[in-house]
Design a protein around this ligand. Structure first.
Ligand code: BG6
Length: 495
């Protein structure tokens, strides 16, 4: 991937995201020689700070959060020579003027037209304001060389997402807008495309004839991490399902695109969302389950219940766990249930996708001792384990014909963990090179909102009487077990 000189203007340049994700990613890209020879990072925030202090703060952040651990002084010096700071109140277009000057300076210095990346690493209420002020201040906005990165959450419901798209599209072309869903940048998630479409043995199995049901599970041990203000108004359905889990579902169930072009791939994903069975209001109860955690013990430490967390209403109706049963009504998937679940403060952190294949048509291993053959599964582990495993039936070595389950595994941990780039590295490099494949298009975001709106509305109107209904350190509420058990299945929990 070869790229032009690039200027990053990071709104929210002193914020948490910049420190935890963006800077470590840029620094690692730099170390691995992926950044263009000429690049500049302009951090910005409303409070003044001097450049050296800004750079020092960023260094401590990178020391703490980079997958490569502490920075090396020499490397950091070379990298940080490209960083500057410009304070700006994002609500004031006049405050954007200095950026024009800085851009001009770099142009002169480099003698080349740079790509400009405006990065909105700020609270969502500022996304539009920033776009509008870029336009008002007449900052560089050439559709070929200028891009804007928008963080999540993209809207709080279908209406606000539409509104935001409309406003952004009044200023930028769709080809300039990079809506982040960091799950799409994860290594194993990217491999699903390769796994499905670069192997001839997968595709014949990848449909309703062979797949009985699919589980997409993202369990987290962490709670809301002090984000009460945000989470109270979001809930897990908005925070995780509308974006991350539905995107995973799209990658698993999409049709093969004709090539790897960004719009081709995204067209096929949108097809999936369009084919999803609409959830009728009357069916919300039978197609979903919600939960909220109470206090509990995690790894020997007592943790608060959700309602006791800071900035959370003691009677809060916000869900911290959600499970859904969905269908993709098309030729390939008709009748195959997709079960999604995600929650905070669960027993283990693990993101996995499991395809359970149908039973063998006839069991020839009749004797009791041989054990009935179990159904095959394909388990895609995204994190913390990175692996793809087939669970097959096999003869136990010995004189009798006994069966057990064996795993055929592709395990990434053969290499070092730190060898895999983080999602933000992949995504930032794609933004630099102008590849939108792993970013969300306007229609994708809207289709995902459209799908979950009936549940959101129903849950908002109908308070859950049993909250809190699962304790921290458990696998979630009983109603989520019931949701899947009534179809004769159970959630696959890691030991
Ligand atoms: C974010 C959510 O988008 O994803 C968080 O806002 C969640 O609530 C996080 O914890 C999970 O991401 P990851 O990469 O740690 O699985």
């Amino acid at each position: 991937k070869k790229s032009d000189p690039t200027i990053f203007i990071i709104f929210g340049g002193t914020g948490d995201l910049t420190k935890r994700k963006i800077m470590p990613a840029l620094y690692n890209l730099f170390l691995n020689k992926w950044l263009p020879e000429n690049f500049a990072i302009i951090g910005t925030s409303s409070t003044k700070t001097n450049v050296q202090k800004y750079i020092d703060d960023l260094q401590s952040a990178v020391d703490e959060f980079s997958r490569n651990g502490k920075t090396n002084e020499e490397d950091w010096k070379r990298f940080s020579a490209n960083i500057t700071f410009q304070d700006a109140d994002v609500t004031d277009s006049a405050a954007f003027k200095p950026f024009a000057k800085l851009i001009d300076q770099y142009k002169k210095e480099w003698q080349k037209t740079p790509s400009i990346i405006y990065y909105c690493a700020v609270a969502p209420r500022f996304f539009c304001t920033i776009a509008e002020n870029i336009s008002k201040a007449k900052l560089e906005n050439d559709p070929k060389t200028t891009r804007i990165i928008i963080e999540k959450p993209f809207g709080i419901d279908l209406e606000s997402a539409r509104e935001l798209n409309k406003k952004l599209l009044g200023i930028f072309a769709e080809t300039q807008i990079y809506r982040i869903d960091h799950y799409l940048g994860k290594e194993v998630v990217q491999n699903i495309m390769a796994f499905r479409f670069a192997n001839s043995i997968m595709e014949p199995l990848w449909n309703r004839n062979h797949v009985e049901h699919v589980q997409i599970s993202v369990t987290e041990q962490i709670g809301i991490e002090g984000r009460g203000n945000y989470f109270e108004h979001a809930g897990i359905l908005r925070d995780m399902i509308q974006n991350h889990l539905l995107q995973l579902l799209c990658i698993i169930s999409m049709e093969p695109p004709i090539n790897f072009n960004a719009d081709e791939v995204r067209d096929r994903k949108v097809d999936v969302l369009k084919a999803m069975r609409k959830i009728e209001t009357g069916k919300v109860e039978t197609m979903s389950a919600r939960g909220q955690y109470s206090s509990g013990w995690i790894e020997g430490k007592e943790v608060l219940g959700y309602r006791e967390e800071k900035n959370v209403d003691p009677d809060s109706n916000t869900e911290t766990y959600a499970a859904l049963k969905l269908y993709v009504d098309n030729w390939r998937w008709q009748g195959v249930p997709f079960y999604l679940r995600t929650g905070k403060r669960l027993f283990k952190s693990a993101s996995t996708i499991t395809l359970q294949f149908r039973e063998i048509p006839h069991n020839i291993f009749l004797s009791e001792e041989s054990g009935a053959p179990k159904q095959n599964r394909l388990v895609i582990s995204i994190q913390p384990d990175m692996a793809i495993r087939f669970q097959l039936q096999s003869k136990v070595p010995g004189l009798e014909m006994n069966l057990n389950t064996v795993d055929v595994v592709f395990d990434y941990s053969a290499g070092k963990k730190t060898d895999s780039p983080e999602a933000y590295e992949t995504l930032l490099l794609d933004a630099i090179t102008g590849d939108q494949t792993l970013f969300m298009r306007a229609d994708q975001v809207e289709a995902a909102w459209e799908l979950i709106m009936p549940i959101l509305n129903y849950w908002e109107k109908n308070k859950e009487q049993n909250f809190p209904n699962y304790s921290a350190d458990s696998w979630g509420p009983e109603n989520a077990e019931a949701l899947i058990a009534k179809d004769g299945y159970h959630w696959f929990n890691l030991p």
